[in-house]
Design a protein around this ligand. Structure first.
Ligand code: GN1
Ligand code: MG
Length: 343
């Protein structure tokens, strides 16, 4: 197994260890490494280089962020990235795969969904604090995912897939496609702001989903993880993505035809998000949080749907319709949010 060969590049003498796959994330492949029957633990990850084309840049960014957090007196835990025995942060396998080894945060758990408003408020406040810290000084980040936040391009990719995608998938996805088309003007305002650079440029996490924060046994946040997408952008994107992830009563891939939007969680989340940012955010940001929530859910539905039509070449899937199920889940969430906002 490639993972155990890679592990030897970090610990040439390692003999007694277990490598356990962790199903977390739709892009990279993650393993828990337990050395000496669980005495020492690490996270070993194979980076998806068809998406992260410059893996060295993401680990270097990670170290830049960690250093800044440390300098600024951030007190929550941080995931460290280890050098291999040649002093490198990225280990290439013989077949060219890129791997990294990271610290394991003890006594922590992640959630896939959250139903407790107090926990949500704490999680949103922890991200709010993180944003405050990473925006204190200029952060020289390398660009790792060009166009990631370009919603104009996301829409163009969707229309391209409608023309060139797999015809049987297009037929199966008709109701979802129709829904996306009924709200085709929703992104216009956002795209216009992006063109005119109207939204304050800040450092964002860009993937603040529920499983990207580690909690202790009392559901207190202890560590924000997955710094791969930390980039310049708008904090409205992160707020929208939190709404997308935390207010969902179902897991992200459950297409059950119910209103899966939780309005109490939404209000708790807003409260937590503003905890460290209320005096930082500008009017355009404060005024458009509800719009941001809708647009980020909409674009995520578009992304899942586009990938489905293209034959699921981007997101990892466990079954043929997985991306369609994810898109339907997002559409139901958006419908629920919009109903709530109209009340
Ligand atoms: C991807 O693999 P993961 O969980 O880090 C995606 C996010 C999506 C998310 C949806 C680089 O994140 O943008 O919101 O799936 N990351 C990338 O669950 O595309
Ligand atoms: Mg991520």
């Amino acid at each position: 197994m490639e993972a155990s060969i890679i592990l030897k590049k970090y610990f040439p003498n390692i003999s007694d260890f277990k490598i356990i796959p962790i199903e977390n994330g739709l892009i990279n492949t993650t393993f828990l490494v337990e050395e000496n029957s669980g005495q020492k633990k690490y996270i070993l990850q194979k980076i998806n280089t068809s998406i992260f084309k410059n893996p060295k840049a993401i680990v270097e960014n990670h170290c830049t962020i960690n250093n800044l957090l440390q300098q600024n007196g951030y007190t929550k835990q941080r995931v460290e990235i280890y050098n291999n025995s040649y002093g490198e942060l990225i280990t290439l396998s013989e077949t060219g795969n890129a791997w990294r080894l990271m610290s394991f945060i003890e006594n922590s758990t992640t959630l896939l969904k959250v139903s407790d408003t107090k926990t949500v408020e704490k999680i949103a406040a922890a991200f709010s604090e993180f944003y405050k810290f990473i925006n204190q000084n200029p952060l020289p980040l390398q660009e790792v995912l060009p166009n990631f936040l370009d919603f104009d391009l996301r829409m163009k990719d969707f229309f391209w897939a409608l023309e060139h995608g797999n015809p049987s998938f297009i037929a199966k996805a008709q109701p979802a496609i129709e829904f996306i088309k009924t709200q085709i003007n929703l992104p216009n305002q956002w795209i216009d702001w992006q063109k005119k650079l109207s939204l304050p440029n800040r450092i964002i996490h860009a993937d603040p989903k529920i499983s990207n924060i580690l909690l202790d046994k009392h559901e207190n946040p202890i560590c924000i993880i997955d710094l791969d997408t930390v980039m310049n952008g708008t904090l409205l994107y992160d707020f929208g993505d939190m709404v997308r992830s935390y207010t969902n009563k179902l897991e992200e891939d459950n297409p059950k035809n119910i209103d899966n939007f939780d309005s109490e969680i939404f209000l708790a989340l807003k409260h937590g998000f503003l905890q460290h940012l209320e005096n930082v955010l500008e009017k355009i940001e404060l005024d458009n949080m509800d719009y941001a929530a809708q647009i980020v859910i909409y674009i995520q539905a578009v992304r899942f749907l586009t990938d489905y039509l293209n034959g699921s070449v981007y997101y990892t899937i466990q079954r043929e319709n997985h991306n369609l199920e994810r898109a339907i889940n997002q559409i139901n969430l958006l419908k629920g949010l919009q109903q709530f906002l109209q009340k």
